[in-house]
Design a binder for this molecule. Structure first.
Ligand SMILES: C[S@@+](CC[C@H](N)C(=O)[O-])C[C@H]1O[C@@H](n2cnc3c(N)ncnc32)[C@H](O)[C@@H]1O
Length: 249
């Protein structure tokens, strides 16, 4: 299973894995992060600033935690996109009746939204699972209005050797053990741990976004495990995406 993390054709297996863990995904999150994950999500929403009041895409929306927070904060329209339907279904009960949310099952690399149709995009812990990440970011650049914000909350490969060693032991030992215990799917949590090791540094991610028309800068959250990257869509430019066969820029 760990070899799946860097594999360019991992999407079908990743979708199946999230569908399996969906019923206990939220509980595993709370236990693994000691409850910090919801605090991180609130900070991510705050980083959308005024864009949070308009049309917002919750990319890799999963069990709709961010979508529910956006709705509670008065967002005009949320488009919650994820390719794992069981994850989306597990989150539906978090939304009040009549909430302005369009729930769509789709791949992040091929968004079913018109060009320049959203004011903001938020993505919590999703992008490191997406193969051909350049395609997903190019899609974000396409659907964002100029001046719109992309806010990404994720675990990037740490820059310092010490943090890398600490994070690797957490990912390789604690995440599979605790995630496996809570959900019954240890393999899925071995993958999730190794997907962090196989991702990119925050600097590499910022450079990828900037090269595709979204000027991005990030910072570490507290404690310095997760990071938040905020990007601003630059006025329209023609972006050519070339398949490199690799995820890294
Ligand atoms: C770790 S969960 C994060 C869910 C949610 N955003 C949160 O904050 O808890 C990652 C989600 O990304 C979704 N995902 C992974 N790859 C995807 C892709 N290529 N297209 C759409 N969704 C994807 C998975 O189905 C899963 O629901």
């Amino acid at each position: 299973m760990p070899a799946l993390a860097g594999s360019p054709d991992r999407a079908p297996r990743v979708r199946e894995m999230f569908d399996q863990i969906a019923p206990r995904y939220d509980l595993a999150n709370r236990v693994l992060s000691l409850g910090l994950d919801q605090w991180w999500r609130r900070q991510a929403i705050a980083a959308l600033k005024d864009c949070a009041q308009g049309d917002v895409l919750d990319l890799c929306a999963g069990t709709l935690d961010l979508t529910a927070m956006l709705v509670a904060g008065g967002t005009r329209q949320v488009h919650a996109v994820d390719f794992a339907e069981e994850m989306l279904n597990a989150g539906r009960a978090k939304l009040p009746p009549g909430a302005p949310v369009q729930i769509v099952s789709a791949d992040a690399r091929d968004l079913p939204l018109p060009a320049q149709s959203v004011d903001g995009i938020i993505c919590g812990f999703g992008l490191r699972n997406v193969p051909e990440l350049h395609r997903a970011i190019a899609e974000c650049a396409r659907v964002l209005r100029p001046g719109g914000r992309l806010v990404v909350l994720d675990f990037f490969v740490p820059q310092s050797a010490l943090s890398r060693a600490l994070q690797a032991s957490y990912n390789r030992v604690l995440v599979p053990a605790i995630g496996g215990l809570v959900t019954g799917f240890r393999d899925a949590y071995s993958y999730l741990g190794s997907s962090i090791d196989a991702f990119m540094t925050r600097g590499e991610f910022e450079a990828l976004c900037t090269s595709l028309g979204i000027t991005a800068r990030g910072r570490e959250m507290l404690p310095p495990v997760a990071s938040l990257v905020v990007g601003i869509r630059q006025p329209a430019t023609v972006v050519t995406v070339q398949a490199t066969g690799q995820d890294k820029p």
